[in-house]
Design a protein around this ligand. Structure first.
Ligand code: FES
Length: 90
């Protein structure tokens, strides 16, 4: 599966079992974090423009509510199909 990052159009191959956050970090795409992917800071939020992700876990839902975050937490989700995503700082 691949992740396309907009607006740059850069594409990243996702390895089996890899989160969106891990895939982006592995190839040097900047993705914010202050918890190093523990799922508690909410900084890694992405907006999914195309494609499907698994439903949010209890931790993701809780962190999004506590941190008042819109979008999905890249460290807590794995793609189910090719994705197109963006953030407010790309
Ligand atoms: S990196 Fe902190 S919630 Fe994802």
């Amino acid at each position: 599966m691949r992740i396309r990052c907009e607006p740059s159009g850069r594409e990243v191959e996702v390895e089996p079992g890899e989160s969106v956050y891990a895939a982006l970090r592995r190839v040097g795409v900047p993705i914010a974090s202050t918890c190093e992917a523990d799922g508690i800071c909410g900084r890694c939020a992405i907006q999914v423009l195309h494609g499907a992700l698994e439903p949010p876990s209890e931790l993701e839902t809780s962190t999004r509510l506590k941190q008042v975050v819109e979008g999905r937490l890249a460290c807590l989700v794995e793609p189910r199909e090719d994705l197109t995503v963006t953030t407010s700082y790309w």
